[in-house]
Ligand binder design. Structure first.
Ligand code: NOJ
Ligand code: CA
Length: 703
C-alpha cells in the first residue's frame, strides 16, 4: 500500500507539477516558478538559502470567463540574459546598467477556449520584476479585469512602514508597525485629508517598505503603470500574505483591456543593506525608453513662486470672496476684490526680479486664473477655463517682462479634479501657454474625480495623466503633476514629466499637524522609488507663528535639514518654497539652494535606514562638484562622511551647512552654522545632526 501511495504521489508530482528556476546575474537571488497540482502559477523568491517571498500564488480575474488563477499547463518556457546600459535624459546617474536574467512562462488553459497567458520574470541582482502578458492569440481580444490575485507571502511578522490603501490619495504620513498590527483606519489620522477613499483597514499602499527580523529590507512596488489601475495591497495580519488590490472604475470593474497587452511589473526589491534599496534601478529599468526623440529642450527647473504665501494665508488664490460663481456668466471685472489676491502683476514682477537676480529658471504663479472663488468641494464640472486671467494679472505684460529677464513663467492648471472639463479645454490652454511663452506647467487634481465614480488611482485617470504628459511633450512643455497616482518610473519614458507630488509634501507643515521629523527618511524608501517628487523644500521660516501669532503649525525640521532635502530627495524640479523676503534675511544659507545641482552624473548612498536617517552624495552633471545631503529623524545623531568617492589626489573645499550646536527642530529650528574646510578623498568627517536636523555640503575642487 505504502509503495502504491508513493508511486501515486510521484505520478501526480510529475504529471501536474512543473518547476523551473532562474537566478540573478550575481547568483544571490533565486526565483522558483511552479505550477501546483491545481494548475495555479506559484513563485518563490530566495536570497541565498533564505526565503524572501514564500510560495505565492499568481493570477487574474476576467469577466465572463473562469478565473485565470488555475487550470493552467505550461506550454513552453524561454530564458534570456540581458546586460546593457542606457543614459537617462535627466537623472541620478550618467549611465544606468540593466542586468537581469529572464524567465518567460507561457501558460495554456486546457479548456474549450485554449487561452494563453505569459508570465514574464526578470531577476536582477537586487530584486524581482514580473508581469502578466496577454498575447493576441484569438482566445482573448477585448476583456475586463475584475481582480488580480498576486500574492507576496512574507516569511514573518515584518516591520512595515505604511500609509493607508486609498483609491484617491497618498498624502498621508507613514506608520511604523508590525504586519500583524496594520490598521489603516484606526492607525492614521485621516481626518485632515479631504478627498480620501480608504479601501479597508488592512489595505496599504505600495511602495511598501518592510524589514525582517533576519535583517532583510524588502520593498514591494510596481513599475510602468500604464493602462491599468494602481496596485494596492491587502495584508493578512495572521499569515503575513500580502495580496494585490486593484482600483475599481465607475462600472465597478478594474480595467478594460485589449490584447496584446500586459499588466504593469510587480516588483520585490531586496537586500540586507538598506542603502541598496535606495540605489536600486529596477523601477526605471522596467520602464520603456524615452518616447520623446528630441530631448534637447528638457532641462532641470529650479523655481520659486507665488505659492507658500498662499498656503500660510498671507495672500489668496481667489480675487473676490463671493461664492456661487458661474464661469460662463461671470463678469470678472465687476467682481469686488478681496484685497488679498496673491497673483497680481506687481507681486509676480517682484518674484520675477528675485528669480532673475538669483538665477532661478522659473516662477510659478497660482491663482492667476478665474474660478478660485468656489473651486473646491462642490463637485462642479465647470470651475476653471485655464485661459482667463483675473483683472489684476496682466499676462501680456508679465510674459514680456519674464522673457526680458530670462525667467520662465510656470503655468498652473488646478483642475479641481474636474478632468472632463480639463480634457475639453486642454488644447486651447496649451495654445495659450504657447502664445505667452510658458515652458512648464504644474497640474493639480484636488477633489473627487469627474467623471464621477472614477478614482485618482484608477485606469481612466492613469491614462489621463499619460495623455496629458504626451500632449505637453508634443508642445515641448515640462510637467509637474500634483495629486496624481504615485509615479512608477514613467519619467524614463516621458522625460518631460519632471516630477509629481503624489505624497504628503512640505505644504502640510503650513496648515496641518504636518509631517513628522522621520517623514522624509521614509519617503526615500517609498514614494521616491517611483520617481522625482515636487516636495517643495527650502522653508527657512519654520514656525508659522512668525507669520501669524495665532498659528501653532510648523515645519518639523531644522533649517539646515531643509537644505539637505535638495540632495536627499532626487528631483530635476525643485522649488525654493519660502518667500523672497525670508531668503533675503538668510543670504548665506540661501546660497546653498542657489548652488545645488539638480541633474547628476553619479550618486552614492552613504548611509540609510527607513524612519531614521538618509545620507547621499551626488556628483553634478558634467562637473567635478559633489553635493552631500544627510537628514535625521527626531533623534540627534553624529554622522560620519567617508569622502573616499572624491577624486584621489585632488584637494577640495567643502562648504558645510549644518545645525548649530543648540539647534532642535522644535525648540530652536533656525540655528545653523556654515563653515569651510579643506578635504580630500582621505577625509572622514564627523558631523552632528540636531534632532530633526540635517547637513548639506558642497565640495568643489580647489583651483
Ligand atoms: C494642492 C497642491 O499640492 C498645492 O501645491 C496647490 O497649491 C493646491 N493644491 C492648489 O492647487
Ligand atoms: Ca497636494
Amino acid at each position: 500500500m505504502k509503495t502504491k501511495l508513493t508511486a501515486l504521489f510521484f505520478l501526480i508530482f510529475f504529471v501536474s507539477v512543473f518547476a523551473q528556476t532562474v537566478t540573478s546575474p550575481s547568483g544571490l537571488l533565486k526565483l522558483e516558478f511552479i505550477l501546483d497540482a491545481n494548475g495555479t502559477p506559484v513563485y518563490t523568491l530566495y536570497s541565498g538559502t533564505d526565503i524572501i517571498v514564500k510560495p505565492s500564488r499568481m493570477g487574474i480575474f476576467v469577466k465572463n470567463i473562469p478565473a485565470l488563477t488555475e487550470g493552467f499547463e505550461v506550454v513552453k518556457t524561454e530564458t534570456k540574459s540581458v546586460d546593457e546600459s542606457w543614459e537617462p535624459v535627466l537623472g541620478e546617474y550618467k549611465s544606468i546598467r540593466n542586468n537581469y536574467n529572464e524567465l518567460a512562462v507561457t501558460l495554456k488553459r486546457n479548456d474549450a477556449k485554449k487561452l494563453f497567458i505569459v508570465i514574464r520574470f526578470r531577476l536582477f541582482n537586487d530584486g524581482l520584476g514580473f508581469r502578466y502578458e496577454f498575447p493576441n492569440n484569438g482566445a482573448l481580444t477585448y476583456f475586463t479585469v475584475t481582480g488580480e490575485r498576486t500574492e507576496f507571502a512574507m516569511t514573518g511578522n515584518h516591520k512595515v512602514f505604511y500609509i493607508p490603501g486609498d483609491y484617491d490619495t497618498n498624502e498621508y504620513f507613514y506608520i511604523t508597525a508590525a504586519l500583524s498590527d496594520v490598521n489603516s483606519i484606526k492607525g492614521n489620522d485621516i481626518s485632515e485629508i479631504s478627498t480620501k477613499t480608504v479601501i479597508a483597514d488592512n489595505a496599504v499602499q505600495s511602495p511598501l517598505m518592510m524589514k525582517s527580523d533576519n535583517g532583510y529590507y524588502i520593498n514591494i512596488f510596481e513599475a510602468a503603470l500604464v493602462d491599468y489601475t494602481a496596485m494596492h495591497l491587502l495584508v493578512d495580519r495572521k499569515s503575513f500574505v500580502l495580496t494585490s488590490a486593484l482600483v475599481p472604475n465607475a462600472a465597478g470593474d478594474n480595467a478594460n483591456l485589449q490584447t496584446p497587452c500586459s499588466t504593469p511589473w510587480r516588483t520585490v526589491i531586496v537586500s540586507k543593506k538598506a542603502e541598496d534599496i535606495l540605489a536600486s534601478k529596477i523601477t526605471l529599468n522596467l520602464n520603456e525608453p524615452s518616447r520623446i526623440k528630441d530631448v534637447s529642450w528638457i532641462k532641470p527647473q529650479k523655481y520659486i513662486g507665488i505659492w507658500w504665501e498662499l498656503h500660510i494665508g498671507k495672500s489668496s488664490w481667489n480675487y473676490g470672496d463671493t461664492a456661487n460663481i458661474r464661469l460662463s456668466e461671470m463678469n470678472w471685472n465687476a467682481l469686488k476684490p478681496n484685497g488679498k489676491h496673491g497673483a497680481t502683476t506687481e507681486n509676480t514682477k517682484r518674484y520675477i526680479d528675485f528669480a532673475a537676480k538669483h538665477g532661478f529658471d522659473g516662477v510659478l504663479v497660482e491663482g492667476w486664473n478665474v474660478g478660485w472663488e468656489d473651486w473646491y468641494g462642490h463637485q462642479k464640472e465647470e470651475v476653471f477655463d485655464f485661459l482667463t486671467p483675473y483683472p489684476d494679472f496682466d499676462v501680456d505684460e508679465l510674459s514680456r517682462y519674464a522673457k526680458a529677464k530670462g525667467v520662465g513663467l510656470i503655468m498652473h492648471h488646478e483642475t479641481s479634479a474636474s478632468v472632463t472639463n480639463y480634457e475639453r479645454r486642454l488644447t486651447k490652454s496649451i495654445d495659450f501657454m504657447n502664445k505667452y511663452g510658458y515652458k512648464a506647467v504644474k497640474t493639480g487634481y484636488v477633489g473627487r474625480i469627474i467623471p464621477r465614480g472614477e478614482f485618482h488611482d484608477g485606469q481612466w485617470m492613469v491614462n489621463h495623466y499619460v495623455r496629458v504628459a504626451e500632449a505637453f511633450a508634443e508642445n515641448k512643455i515640462l510637467l509637474d503633476a500634483h495629486e496624481p497616482v504615485r509615479p512608477t518610473g514613467l519619467n524614463r519614458t516621458y522625460p518631460n514629466w519632471l516630477a509629481c507630488e503624489a505624497a504628503r509634501g512640505n505644504e502640510f507643515n503650513a496648515w496641518s499637524r504636518g509631517n513628522p521629523p522621520e517623514h522624509e527618511s521614509i519617503l526615500a524608501f517609498t514614494r521616491l522609488l517611483g520617481g522625482p517628487m515636487d516636495y517643495t523644500p527650502g522653508i527657512f521660516r519654520i514656525k508659522m507663528s512668525e507669520w501669524d501669532k495665532n498659528k501653532t503649525e510648523q515645519v518639523h525640521t531644522t533649517l539646515a535639514k531643509q537644505l539637505a532635502l535638495y540632495v536627499t530627495m532626487y528631483s530635476p524640479l525643485h522649488m525654493a518654497a519660502d518667500l523672497p523676503e525670508v531668503y533675503e534675511q538668510h543670504p548665506d544659507a540661501f546660497q546653498f539652494i542657489k548652488d545645488v545641482a539638480m541633474d547628476w552624473d553619479d550618486t552614492k548612498i552613504l548611509a540609510a535606514e527607513p524612519g531614521d536617517y538618509v545620507s547621499i552624495a551626488r556628483k553634478a552633471k558634467g562637473k567635478s562638484n559633489w553635493y552631500i545631503g544627510a537628514i535625521t529623524d527626531e533623534n540627534e545623531r553624529i554622522m560620519e562622511f567617508d569622502l573616499s568617492f572624491l577624486d584621489p589626489g585632488k584637494e577640495y573645499t567643502a562648504a558645510i551647512y549644518s545645525d548649530a550646536d543648540d539647534a532642535h527642530w522644535e525648540n530652536n529650528p533656525t540655528a545653523y552654522k556654515i563653515e569651510t574646510r579643506n578635504v580630500n578623498s582621505g577625509a572622514k568627517l564627523k558631523i552632528r545632526l540636531a534632532a530633526g536636523g540635517g547637513v548639506a555640503m558642497e565640495l568643489k575642487i580647489k583651483n
